[in-house]
Write a protein of this length. Structure first.
Length: 367
């Protein structure tokens, strides 16, 4: 899949409720870009962006197209998932192709909702899931080691280099360390290993702390413990109430804002997940704005103008001449393209230009 976020968690932590709310919310948000179900547990979700709405008010286009992000929901993991418990191997393989893991952790007590471990303990739950991810990586790497050892005996130079790194990595993760903290990640042999094996513990992780309504207003002990743990690993925690998020999916924007304000929250948990996930993937948007369509185009951060043009069509990159660029702030402040031209706010940029988040662009090309 690529450029996606995989949801993991123990059973009954609110993971599937969160996923369902994500897909329903985006479907309700924009008839122009509803989520598109690829398989029962995969969805493409529109990225809310108020900048597009502001551009649309100026341009009055026929349609608006948002950037999107892929979400994959897998069944709740249990102890032994890496060894096949609960069909864990199959489920874990589904998130290998994603770039970021969203780990939903239950941070509230409710006697009516059973917890598989018998009690609420976010750090224990995190340890269970991350241990399964690590064991899956160990199993994956062992299979590669067996193959590399055979190739190395045949004097395959690349295999020998990869085998050396693979042995060092195996020793490292067998000590309980995630692949993400391995010191030789810049090595070319490691790059090949990770490209092929897609190590789960090398992915960015965001914790989704699922709380009740009280927990949204004030952090409880469970949240505090998770925040402290995440801070030590330089990871982010997003607080959400999956039940409230699900209740709000049919609200219009005004009703949603009123609900969030009544709870003392400025942004919904779902919007936080989408925005932070988009950033964790290293993505950003530039815009095209015309009467037919106002559209966000998704690119990697630090992308050059020709590469950004290729997202629209490969011919745009092949025949790239230059780009007409207006900053978002100028476009909105002055009220449109012509006003920006008149004020000298449109720039002509060449092949070396690094596209900035929010640029409004028009490409000149010749094929």
């Amino acid at each position: 899949m690529g450029l996606g976020i995989g949801l993991v968690g123990l059973p009954n932590v609110g993971k599937s409720t969160t996923f369902n709310a994500l897909t329903k919310a985006q479907n309700a948000q924009s008839a122009n870009y509803p989520f598109c179900t690829i398989e029962p547990n995969k969805a493409v979700v529109a990225v809310p962006d108020s900048r597009l709405d502001a551009l649309a008010k100026i341009v009055n286009p026929e349609r608006i197209q948002y950037s999107t992000i892929d979400f994959v929901d897998i069944a709740g993991l249990v102890k032994g998932a890496s060894k096949g418990e609960g069909l864990g191997n199959k489920f874990l393989s589904n998130i290998k192709e994603t770039e970021v893991i969203l780990h939903i952790v239950r941070c509230f007590e409710d006697e009516n909702i059973t917890h598989t471990e018998g009690s609420i303990d976010p750090l224990r739950d995190v340890e269970i899931i991350e241990q399964e991810l690590l064991l899956s990586d160990i199993d994956t790497l062992q299979k590669r080691l067996d193959t590399l050892q055979r190739k190395a005996k045949g004097n395959d130079k690349d295999a020998k280099a990869e085998l050396e790194i693979a042995n060092e990595l195996m020793e490292y993760i067998n000590q309980g360390n995630p692949v993400s903290s391995f010191e030789k990640k810049e090595d070319e042999a490691f790059f090949r290993l990770n490209r092929d094996l897609r190590f789960l513990t090398n992915k960015e992780i965001i914790y989704g702390a699922n709380v009740d309504e009280t927990g949204l207003v004030e952090d409880n002990d469970f949240i505090n413990a998770l925040n402290t743990y995440a801070k030590g690993l330089n990871r982010e925690v997003i607080k959400l109430c999956s039940k409230i998020e699900e209740d709000m999916v049919d609200f219009d924007e005004e009703e949603k804002a009123e609900m969030l304000a009544s709870l003392g929250v400025s942004e919904s948990g779902l919007d936080q997940i989408i925005h932070k996930g988009f950033n964790k993937l290293g993505l950003m948007s530039y815009f095209t704005a015309g009467v037919k369509e106002v559209r966000a185009w998704t690119i990697r951060q630090n992308t050059t103008a020709p590469k950004a043009a290729a997202v629209i069509h490969n011919d745009f990159e092949k025949g790239f001449i230059r780009a007409e660029v207006i900053s978002y702030d100028d476009f909105v402040a002055l009220g449109g393209e012509q006003a920006c031209k008149d004020a000298g706010k449109m720039r002509l940029e060449g092949k070396e230009y690094i596209v900035q988040n929010g640029d409004i662009m028009h490409f000149r090309f010749n094929v």
